[in-house]
Write a protein that binds this ligand. Structure first.
Ligand SMILES: [Zn+2]
Length: 358
């Protein structure tokens, strides 16, 4: 339906064009760019670039630059986009970074360990967490053309983009962003941009497919009507020719009718195929823009007692949702409520760790 190279290509060419560059596609995943003078500085004083967005194309093309995640060129273009709002930084205000008194109760409701005492909160400290909102523009092509924008929120610390994370999006969007950071905090580790992009694609895929099915469903009535109209027309023509063929005694004429019947049949196939084709919905998805949210959250260090042994565990309090976030199973990464510990390994009750140990 789409590939990441194409999305990157679209992002790069549109950003360059919006800065006055002339972009010409010269082959599959290959473009030539004439840069305006004021952009020369950004691209080492060059005025011409040949960019490949596919590894193999880059290998086969002389004097070109391969653009992918982590490449100098993509970073430069992202920098350009930053200056024009294609990538926006938002510092989310958090009025209260104190841990609420009901936090202990919330921890107990969010995570528990089999055959262990309830976790005890040892200490809490704030960290800055990053969320990426990736906005995808999707063009649906069928009889008509329709455009939709889809946003996917990715938790850059855990990589999560499930429904629980999406629930945070309206809260983040509602907060009026600050111009500067309110608190200078250490940053929680983040996943790579490429990883975030792939995870967002996984989330946007089903949204796009659902819309495609919806459009196809809405078109089904019209398609069937056109198909049956065409079918009726060819049936009538066919019957008429058959009648003429049976009635005819002239061999020459019989031959001509037979040819006409064969032509009608192939015509009919082609026409029905064309009608079906016309109602196939195609979707083209491209990354349009990114909003980067910086959100301070509280990291909670817990202590859990299993028999006479104590072991540490961490959860996160989100001051925006005012909730302790669900933990991820340290062994398989799934969001879970209940964990177990065997041989020093923490895993979920679905037995993910025992599978790993084996
Ligand atoms: Zn697990």
């Amino acid at each position: 339906m789409w590939n990441s190279a194409y999305s990157v290509q679209n992002f790069v060419t549109r950003t360059l064009e919006s800065h006055g560059a002339m972009v010409e596609q010269t082959g599959f995943a290959l473009v030539e760019v004439l840069l305006p003078e004021d952009l020369g500085e950004v691209f080492d004083g060059r005025s011409f670039l040949r960019l490949a967005f596919d590894y193999e194309v880059a290998q086969e093309t002389e004097d070109c630059q391969f653009v992918t995640f982590g490449s100098y060129l993509l970073d430069a273009v992202t920098g350009l986009a930053l200056s024009t709002g294609r990538v926006v930084q938002c510092y989310v205000p958090v009025p209260n970074l104190e841990l609420p008194s009901k936090a202990a109760e919330q921890i107990g409701q969010t995570v528990s360990f089999i055959k262990c005492k309830p976790p005890r909160l040892k200490k809490s400290y704030p960290l800055e967490f990053i969320y990426y909102q990736l906005n995808f523009r999707c063009v649906f092509r069928y009889d008509e053309k329709r455009e939709e924008l889809y946003s996917v929120l990715v938790d850059m610390h855990t990589g999560r983009q499930d429904s629980e994370v999406q629930e945070l999006l309206p809260l983040l969007q509602k907060a009026i962003p600050l111009e500067k950071r309110e608190h200078m905090l250490p940053q929680a580790p983040v996943i790579t941009m490429e990883d975030a992009y792939n995870r967002a694609c996984m989330a946007v895929g089903p949204m796009v497919r659902m819309k495609m099915e919806e459009i196809e469903g809405g078109q089904a009535g019209l398609r069937e009507k056109e198909l049956s109209k065409a079918t009726r027309y060819y049936d009538r023509t066919y019957e008429e020719l058959r009648r003429k063929l049976f009635r005819s005694r002239d061999l020459e004429r019989q031959k001509r009718f037979k040819q006409q019947i064969a032509a009608t049949e192939s015509d009919r196939e082609r026409r029905l195929h064309d009608i079906r084709e016309r109602f196939v919905v195609e979707a083209e998805v491209t990354l349009d823009s990114i909003v980067i949210y910086h959100l301070p959250k509280l990291n909670l260090e817990l202590e859990v007692q299993q028999r006479e042994e104590l072991f540490p565990f961490e959860v996160i309090f989100n001051p925006l949702s005012r909730e302790v976030e669900r933990s991820l199973c340290p062994s398989c990464g799934k969001p879970v409520m209940q964990l177990a510990r065997t041989g020093g390994n923490i895993h979920c009750s679905e037995g993910c760790a025992s599978a790993k140990v084996r």
